[in-house]
Design a protein around this ligand. Structure first.
Ligand SMILES: Cc1cc2nc3c(=O)[nH]c(=O)nc-3n(C[C@H](O)[C@H](O)[C@H](O)COP(=O)(O)O)c2cc1C
Length: 442
């Protein structure tokens, strides 16, 4: 009998009370001060109760809320939030984003190895290039071309991995009788100079329980896929349909093979925004309480654009006519969410209800009761469109709790999600081998 493959689940965390910008106003949240790290810690503990393998922290330094009603999501440093979380959890892994375009490799190598050692091997670095002009300005750097950004990112990862390996694996002695703390002959300085980054020196930190941090990557371009083929263990992506997910996952597997690695060496993690309720209608009505009028009108305008029509206020409470939907031709240049707009509209919902399905959003939504959400995850997973998911509940206190209490048991019952952690480290949760040293040179 072959063992059934199981999905990986991660919780998105962007430093707020949930993934909805209005999460702070949900009656269950009662935010009375800011910052309030207790919400993040509690969310991590709920996710850990649900056996999530990891949390995924985005990082967009310098950005501010775009609307007065939106919660400030990117003020606090995610690495420090993760440090607090590590201290208040015991199993869940933490994938933390830091962009290579404006970070320093020695500082990054040191911070991530420190947290990995202190958390007993539960850390990943999400090595993105970063293409956000606001963040670049805040750091005082100019954004370069994709070629240069990925050129720098490749050198950056190599320098970081060499620094991580600069403390020999068996260097620590702690020998009371010989009074030998460490064998410092095994602590070697690196001396690396590339076109974009350089570092000479050593990083005197022993390996963690998993060796060294896991490497995540997020992006979208061919350069990003090639980068992941060389350096990443996990690719955290942005796709809206099963077909898009399959294509992205296949491209990553091919990129791994092109670099002498096994296709399974990279896990593709698709995003999903679960809108959970007792029914689809209940779910979208709850979600609508967190959408403001400005966002609602922007979404109507975008759906008008996607469907090549010009909706007026009189159309908002009516279903979208089949004539409009039949006339849409999907091309490679279409908005990647077009198919989802059409699919939901064909179910007969009014334009308002189509908007409230969040068909125009950063990631696809799974809408309905626990069974509906579990179906979305199982369907994508079984179709080979993802190895796992990073979930973005509107409000941790409410929607994450429901996901853990209601959706997770269904997935476990179906055998597509584990019932407990298989090990203690993030590598063990992801089925990755212990790694210490530069990939391919361990
Ligand atoms: C799922 C996902 C998450 C991302 N998270 C971040 C982030 O937290 N911080 C950041 O600066 N950029 C982030 N990015 C942006 C990427 O760094 C990258 O600049 C962008 O996707 C453009 O892709 P490309 O560089 O491959 O063209 C993210 C991208 C994706 C797809």
């Amino acid at each position: 009998m072959t063992e059934q493959k199981q999905m990986v689940i991660g919780l998105a965390m962007f430093g707020a009370a949930g993934l909805n910008f209005r999460s702070w106003m949900d009656p269950a949240v009662k935010l009375e001060k800011y910052p309030d790290i207790s919400m993040d810690i509690k969310a991590a503990q709920i996710a850990e109760k649900g056996k999530f393998q990891f949390m995924f922290f985005g990082d967009f330094p310098g950005t501010k809320a775009t609307d007065n009603g939106d919660m400030q999501t990117m003020g606090l440093d995610p690495l420090l939030i993760a440090t607090m979380i590590a201290n208040n959890t015991s199993r869940i892994g933490m994938g933390i984003t830091r962009a290579t375009s404006w970070s320093n490799p020695y500082e990054l190598a040191r911070q991530f190895k420190t947290l990995d050692a202190l958390s007993e091997g539960r850390v990943a670095w999400n090595a993105v290039t970063g293409a956000n002009g606001v963040s670049a300005n805040a750091y005082g750097v100019d954004l370069s071309s994709s070629f240069d950004r990925y050129g720098k990112a490749g050198e950056f990862v190599q320098v970081v991995e060499h620094l991580w390996a600069s403390w020999g694996e068996d260097a620590l002695k702690l020998n009371h009788s010989t009074k030998e703390f460490a064998d410092y002959d095994q602590v070697k300085a690196v001396n690396l100079k590339g076109q974009y980054v350089k570092s000479s020196g050593s990083l005197p930190i022993p390996p963690s329980k998993q060796g060294q941090p896991v490497i995540f990557h997020s992006g979208g371009s061919q350069n990003s896929i090639d980068f992941a083929g060389k350096y990443a263990d996990v690719y955290v992506g942005e796709v809206w349909t099963i077909e898009q997910g399959k294509a992205m996952r296949q491209a990553l597997r091919k990129a791994a093979v092109a670099n002498g690695r096994k296709p399974d060496a990279i896990k593709f993690i698709a995003g999903v925004m679960p809108l959970i309720g007792d029914s689809k209608k209940d779910a979208i009505e709850r979600h609508a309480t967190l959408l403001d009028d400005r966002t609602f009108l922007q979404r109507v305008a975008h759906i008008s654009y996607v469907l090549g029509t010009d909706f007026t206020p009189a159309d908002i409470e009516k279903p979208i006519s089949a004539d409009i939907l039949d006339a849409i031709e999907i091309t490679p240049y279409s908005d990647p969410r077009t198919e989802n707009v059409i699919k939901v509209a064909r179910e007969g919902w009014t334009l308002r209800e189509v908007v409230n399905h969040s068909v125009i959003d950063y990631h696809p939504t799974a809408v309905g009761n626990a069974q509906d959400i579990a179906d979305h995850l199982s369907d994508w997973f079984n179709a080979g469109a993802a190895d796992g998911f990073w979930v973005m509940p509107d409000v941790y206190e409410v929607d994450l709790s429901r996901f853990v209490d209601e959706v997770v048991p269904i997935l476990q019952e179906r055998g597509v999600f584990h019932k407990d952690y298989e090990g203690e480290t993030l590598r063990e949760h992801l089925g990755l081998p212990y790694q210490y040293g530069v990939r391919g040179e361990e």
